[in-house]
Design a protein around this ligand. Structure first.
Ligand SMILES: Nc1nc2c(ncn2[C@@H]2O[C@H](COP(=O)(O)OP(=O)(O)OP(=O)(O)O)[C@@H](O)[C@H]2O)c(=O)[nH]1
Ligand SMILES: [Mg+2]
Ligand SMILES: [Zn+2]
Ligand SMILES: [Zn+2]
Length: 396
């Protein structure tokens, strides 16, 4: 079968030659010029937001990086997704393209985690790894700062529940970044790039089977999954949370095992029952660990930061993995463990705290500020599984 590509914006797949082009509507060599106009496909996708006028789109050999517009004879380098018509990244199809879906129950902390994770990747982690993370398109850059970063870091506010894919009429828009890493090779240092697409789902969508299916495309076409599980939503853990922890409301609470079984059921069904286990690596991340630090010994790996080696530390990650598995036993989470073991060929446990402290009763960041713990570990593990980040130490 020919190689298929997945659009980082709509997660639909297509063959490289199906990529379309968009005329740049500049004055061409033959003194012709295409008018900018509305693109109904883009309008439909970004319905509520006024999308601007763009050059006409046309079909040509999508395996090439340029094409000549049949109307004005102008040469264009704008390649667009044949399904959603969003402009594809430069070098799309040539550099690695990694799509990461983030799933979890309502209020498990996905939006906050994603915001803090990306912030950390752009600052501290980026520095340690010699890596950079840049918004790939104007919308991502604008949205990441105005809808995510400013709200949490500048205004110090929590987020309203993320909108469901249902009311949004499939207009879920991932944030798309270019991740660059300097890697030392035979011929000296050279940068290696991959496209990372983050898709923050609404917890509401994992409450029932029908709504999970809406997210099927995002999950089945993802290269890696970050599953956020909230210990505060596990009966065995909730009672031992530090006093003063803001607890998620109890009505409509969905125990993590239910979310996990719906996600696994869906992924297995999508494989058509062919393989025994799902091959997509899944990082199983326990959020809000700050609520449980008082129960942990001082030497616990969950209380410290991962060593800043500039590589993914396998040994450190495995000790966290075991520690979390141990906690899970105490939290009546044995079914979670069994379900993962039976469904996924590659899974790893993580324990993180995005805020480092519970939010205030007014849903604001605590006065001590945002002090994240181990937020980057799950992403670095996935990147190391993809071969985009080097591993250090022995083990898998
Ligand atoms: N103690 C603690 N609480 C957290 C942390 N991260 C998130 N929370 C709490 O969890 C609440 C929900 O976080 P969100 O990120 O909005 O949750 P979500 O999973 O995106 O929720 P939906 O969009 O409804 O699916 C926040 O308002 C915080 O009160 C953390 O690191 N520590
Ligand atoms: Mg959310
Ligand atoms: Zn043209
Ligand atoms: Zn697309």
């Amino acid at each position: 079968m020919a190689r298929r590509l997945t659009c980082p914006y709509c997660y639909e797949t297509f063959a490289p030659r199906e990529i379309r082009f968009r005329c740049n509507s500049r004055l061409s060599r033959t003194r012709k010029q295409c008018q900018r106009r509305r693109d109904p496909v883009l309008d439909e996708r970004f319905g509520r937001r006024p999308s601007h006028d763009v050059g006409p789109d046309f079909a040509a050999d999508g395996r090439k990086s340029t094409a000549v517009c049949p109307d004005c004879d102008g040469e264009t380098t704008y390649r667009i997704c044949p399904v959603c018509h969003v402009e594809l990244p430069v070098q799309f199809g040539m550099v690695e393209n990694r799509l990461i879906a983030m799933v979890g129950a309502r209020s498990s902390g996905k939006t906050i985690y994603m915001t803090v994770l990306l912030h950390e990747m752009r600052h501290k982690i980026g520095e340690a790894f010699g890596a950079s993370l840049m918004g790939l398109d104007d919308t991502t850059m604008r949205r990441y700062s105005s809808e995510y970063e400013d709200r949490l870091y500048r205004d110090r506010q929590m987020f309203p529940p993320t909108q469901t894919a249902t009311t949004n009429a499939n207009r879920v828009e991932p944030l798309v970044f270019r991740f660059g890493l300097r890697r030392r090779g035979l011929f000296g240092e050279r940068p290696q790039h991959s496209v990372l697409s983050f898709f923050d789902t609404a917890g509401e969508d994992f409450n029932s089977r029908e709504s999970v299916e809406l997210n099927t495309r995002y999950l089945t076409n993802a290269d890696g999954i970050i599953l956020l599980l909230d210990p505060l939503q596990m009966p065995g853990a909730r009672d031992s949370a530090a006093p003063g922890t803001a607890l998620p409301g109890e009505d409509g609470i969905d125990p993590p095992i239910n979310v996990l079984s719906r996600v696994s059921g869906m992924l297995l069904a999508a494989q058509g029952g062919k393989a025994a286990k799902v091959d997509t690596p899944i990082a199983v991340v326990f959020s809000k660990m700050d609520a449980f630090w008082h129960l942990m010994e001082n030497g616990s790996p969950l209380r410290s930061h991962a060593p800043a080696l500039g590589r993914f530390d396998v040994g450190d990650s495995l000790s966290v993995h075991e520690e979390v598995r141990q906690l899970l036993r105490e939290w009546d989470g044995v079914p979670v463990d069994q379900s993962l073991e039976n469904t996924f060929a590659r899974y790893r446990y993580f324990g993180v705290s995005a805020l480092g402290r519970s939010a205030t009763p007014e849903s604001r960041v605590a006065d001590t500020g945002i002090q994240p713990y181990r937020v980057a570990d799950p992403l670095l593990w996935l990147l190391s599984e993809f071969g985009s980040v080097p591993k250090a130490g022995r083990g898998r």
